[in-house]
Design a protein around this ligand. Structure first.
Ligand code: AMP
Length: 331
């Protein structure tokens, strides 16, 4: 069996994890990106593509399992449905992830507190305006009134940073003031359990740099483009609720789009002084998991061996193959 992915996001971790489990590996890259994957001994085969869309044309292969990640979602969007190579996880979950309304709907169905959403004419609080796609927070802005919203949208359109369609599909969310935390969950259909394998916090530019300047002197628009990730360990008393959120999301997904979430998922949350608020879920591996190629404190306690998210995925594939239940984890 060959484990494949596209060259970006968490590809190095994915290929390394597959190697740890003794699988052959293949990577699909755009021209130029192959240089990176030649520098690490993790890809047995490197295939150059002219565009990400070429992936859709590749015929299904019974001997290959494709591991999806954030770049796939950002670059192909709903076209992921057309991928013919079997992929690990539930494609329907990924479609729910891409649609902002559905994304919050699933979290609400799981009885997880989410930010209020507002119409442009009814902005009554500090809000964050989020555009479609997993582009790492690119172009998001904050504002606190309808006038300010209109002014900023006009400017972004004028500078062609966004399109009219982006404006139509933008979501206006209550801005949550809290410490952001991104727990890495894994739902194992084989063990029928949700595991917590690690937690990270994103390092975002320039919002994470603004604290170094006096805001009374400068008026700089924060942006949320991820540049990297930092490991995080949660205060132990927060863990029961964090684990409960994972269990509830898995249950709600099973109800709304059976068989629900398969494998890795993440709930993007902010811990405020009084509660845990979630602003998004993802239904595939998140980039912050690459912090834990050698395992995290949580995965160490669970498996007592180096268990990255990628290795966990491939271990699940291996167990499913051993039990002749591979179809349970693929779509
Ligand atoms: P997202 O595209 O939902 O992953 O958001 C990108 C970044 O924007 C997050 O990592 C947060 O730092 C920030 N963010 C998103 N939604 C909110 C919110 N409702 N309140 C505060 N910050 C947010």
């Amino acid at each position: 069996m060959i484990i494949s992915t596209i060259g970006s996001h968490s590809a190095l971790q994915i290929l390394y994890g597959a190697k740890q489990e003794n699988f052959a590996t293949k990577i699909y890259c755009l021209e130029g990106r192959d240089k990176l994957y030649k520098r690490y001994p993790v890809a047995d085969e490197i295939i150059i593509l002219d565009s990400y869309e070429d992936l859709l044309k590749l015929p299904p292969d019974k001997k290959e399992i494709f591991i999806p990640h954030g770049t796939l979602i950002a670059m192909l969007g709903e076209k992921i449905e057309e991928i013919q190579i079997p992929i690990f996880g539930n494609k329907v979950g990924m479609l729910w992830e891409m649609n902002r309304e559905k994304n919050l709907h699933l979290l609400s169905e799981a009885k997880i507190r989410v930010p209020r959403t507002m119409h442009p004419e009814n902005i009554d609080d500090l809000v964050i305006v989020k555009f479609p796609g997993a582009k790492g927070g690119l172009g998001y802005f904050t504002c606190s009134s309808t006038e300010e919203y209109k002014h900023k949208i006009t400017e972004l359109l004028r500078k062609t940073k966004i399109t009219k369609l982006d404006v139509k599909n933008a979501q206006i969310q209550e801005y949550i003031i809290g410490v952001t935390m991104y727990p890495h969950y894994f739902y194992s259909p084989i063990y029928d359990r949700v595991e917590l394998l690690g937690i990270d916090r994103r390092y975002e530019t320039n919002v994470d740099a603004l604290g170094r300047l006096s805001q009374s002197t400068f008026s700089i628009e924060p942006s949320y483009k991820v540049v990297g990730n930092q490991p995080l360990i949660a205060r132990e008393s927060l863990l029961p609720e964090i684990l409960d959120y994972g269990d509830r999301l898995k249950e709600a997904a099973l109800k709304l789009f059976p068989p629900g979430l398969i494998g890795p998922f993440c709930i993007e949350m902010a811990i405020t002084t009084g509660e845990i608020v979630a602003f998004e879920f993802t239904s595939r591996i998140v980039a912050g998991t690459s912090l834990f190629v050698g395992g995290s404190p949580y995965s160490q306690m669970l498996f007592n061996e180096e268990m990255s998210m990628a290795r966990r995925i491939v271990r699940e594939i291996k167990m499913a193959m051993g039990q002749r239940r591979l179809q349970k984890v693929l779509t």
